[in-house]
Write a protein that binds this ligand. Structure first.
Ligand code: AMP
Ligand code: MG
Length: 417
């Protein structure tokens, strides 16, 4: 593996664009092997490890799409009414066991199996009944309102491809095939810790100069939603020996290690030295705001992401670089597309060209138009802005200030799990 491809000397080279960094990460990480069989309900949120093949036709039999009468098209007339003798009834789950002969019809309910001999359904709304006779109008097409066996899925076809994230539709689809279990990829094990001498643990008063460690809780939320198995390793002070032990332990027990803090200029120096000994990790400067510094690489077989320390930068870099990488390692294929939406910006935004900015925004509908305003405080340490916001306002590297009324692109938080 080379995580330096594309930025052969990230140190010497200026910086990486957001797209370059994403591209390097996503083309470097590879899916895990390892899978397990789980019951259908337990497959929700998991990724399929093997194609689900339809073991039978869906629907299993030709059946009626409507309530009405099962008839033989050859008995009908193109230009006049026809009277047919009703000889029985077919319910969903309880069919008509006879054969529909010439001049005969069978009353049939939606889902009822097509009686032998019949090939067409006439909906009940257009017929007239007279005793045990049904009068069918002219102009009925052969095969009308019949659902064919295998129309949804033919036996042997791929019903759900491997790599698919199992959602409600996939649970139902697997169940519609009569499957009680599916093969899903192994859950991703992610170890994470916060670094910083100033970090205090929640639940006790702060000493002077301390800040509560919030990053581990944000990551706990994001990783849990992604379906990962978590190894929370707590707070590690900025001491080389303790950091080294933490990295070794984390790498030994997980597929991916995430850390926050300690990658900015100065601090990064001894972590860089440590990483050179422990694994193959690059330190990047990315044209992104917030979140410029980041480390990415491998320690043994474990992928490693060193995110910045500022709480908003952690979230931005996690969503822009880490989340999809985790999905890829977990086996999701293809990765989800995350469309950007256009909205009219109602705030004035100061923006220097050179970095792609992910501002926190509030998208709302007014007068039939989607509009977005920027959250009041945009500092990369102000986590409240993430909580107030429902989207990122995404401003490209090259653009400058935004004036109210300009159209901007936004990325909705919905969908960023
Ligand atoms: P660093 O990247 O380590 O220089 O940290 C940048 C800023 O983020 C500093 O103000 C840190 O106090 C703050 N910070 C780092 N880690 C955390 C954390 N786990 N929770 C809250 N703030 C943090
Ligand atoms: Mg620090």
């Amino acid at each position: 593996m080379s995580v330096d491809n594309g930025c052969a000397s990230a140190g010497a080279r200026k910086t990486l664009s957001v797209d370059e960094a994403r591209q390097i990460i996503l083309s470097t990480v590879t899916p895990l092997s390892g899978w397990e069989k789980v019951a259908i309900r337990a497959a929700l949120g998991r990724i399929l490890a093997a194609d689900v093949i339809a073991p039978c036709n869906v629907p299993a039999h030709d059946n009626s799409a409507m309530d009405g009468y099962a008839v033989r098209a050859e008995d009908l007339s193109a230009d006049g009414e026809v009277s047919l003798q009703v000889v029985g009834t077919a319910f969903a789950g309880r069919g008509f066991s006879g054969i529909v002969g010439a001049g005969q019809a069978v009353r049939i309910m939606t889902g009822g199996v097509m009686p032998m001999g019949a090939d067409t359904i006439v909906v009940q709304e257009i017929v007239r009944t007279e005793g045990s006779t049904v009068v069918v109008p002219a102009g009925i097409r052969k095969g009308q309102n019949v659902r064919r066996a295998g129309e949804d899925l033919a036996e042997g076809a791929v019903a759900i491809p491997r790599g698919k994230l199992m959602g409600p539709a996939e649970l139902g689809l697997a169940a519609s095939l009569g499957l009680a279990e599916v093969c899903v990829t192994r859950r991703l094990r992610v170890a994470f810790f916060s670094t910083g001498d100033e970090l205090a643990t929640i639940g006790r008063p702060l000493a002077p100069g301390e800040v509560y460690d919030s990053n581990r809780y944000t990551l706990h939320g994001a990783l849990t939603r992604l379906g990962c198995e978590l190894v929370d390793m707590g707070v590690i002070p900025d001491r080389p020996d303790e950091l080294e032990a933490a990295f070794r332990n984390a790498a030994a027990c997980s597929d991916v290690v995430l850390t926050t803090g300690g990658v900015s200029v100065g601090e990064a120096d001894f972590i860089r030295e440590l990483m050179a000994r422990l694994g193959e990790v690059s330190f990047w400067k990315i044209d992104i705001k917030p979140g410029r510094p980041m480390a990415f690489g491998k320690i043994g077989n474990t992928w490693m992401f060193g995110l910045p320390g500022n709480p908003v930068a952690v979230m931005v870099t996690y969503y822009q670089f880490v989340m999809d990488a985790l999905l890829r390692v977990a086996g999701q294929d293809p990765l989800p597309q995350r469309p950007l939406m256009q909205a009219v910006c109602t705030s004035a935004i100061r923006k220097l060209s050179g970095r792609k900015e992910f501002l926190r925004g509030r998208l709302y509908l007014e007068d039939g138009q989607w509009q977005v305003r920027s959250a009041s405080a945009q500092g990369s340490g102000i986590l409240r802005s993430m909580s107030e916001a429902n989207c990122f306002i995404v401003l490209d590297e090259h653009r400058g200030d935004v004036s109210p009324g300009e159209t901007v692109q936004v990325q909705l938080f919905d969908g960023l799990v």
